[in-house]
Design a protein around this ligand. Sequence first.
Ligand code: C5P
Length: 234
Amino acid sequence: MIRPLIIALDVENRENMQELLKTLPKPLFVKVGMELFYSEGPAVIEQLKDEGHQVFLDLKLHDIPNTVKRAMRQLATLGVDIVNVHVAGGTNMMAAAREGLEAGTVDGRNRPKLIGVTQLTSTNEAMLQKELLIQSNMNGAVSHYARLAKEAGLDGVVSSAQEVPIIHEHCGPSFLTVTPGIRLKEDDKGDQTRIVTPEEARTLGSWAIVVGRSITAAPEPAAAYEIIRKQWEG
Ligand code: C5P
């Protein structure tokens, strides 16, 4: 099984995206987040797909079920490979997201995989308990959210790799685990708190890792990509 190394294209516009992509091997599995999608719109997805890349469109939808269903119907028409919602939106919202995706998927194409954000990798246990008033530890909160996502028909979740073993325990080994918060030992943590190295993510059993600044902010992104790919693939 090929386990994806997903590169977060956290750049301002298409020009910056092209600058970055021309330094890297292709095709890649890329993640388009709010910044790039809000600045360039669906055309950037079309371009990436035309160039042969796989695309995770990371818009983290979180709204009432009807709104999310209708939005997902639109996103499905873009032909992306993965989309996501916040599990905190509830099981009705997650089920509606899946219905919308099914309705919008063009005949003959695969429905985009639908995954749910459990707790952001920038959230730590103190924030969970003091700000969100979740009286559980991180593993308890993330595994509960993962179970809800599975019950609602999602294909997997986004979490830190640290919680992958407990997610697999609760949801089975084939439930997808997409894990950002990846850093090489020498890298700056930035705003992330629950971080692991690519090698640790592999050992913990992540299905995919999402890597942003460790590649995009490196002096030589192609060299950083190679180091990370080797650690990830083992
Ligand atoms: O630069 P860095 O590697 O920290 O980027 C991580 C990427 O993964 C960002 O694009 C961020 O939006 C995304 N992400 C995350 N935590 C989540 C979900 C997505 O960091 N739970």
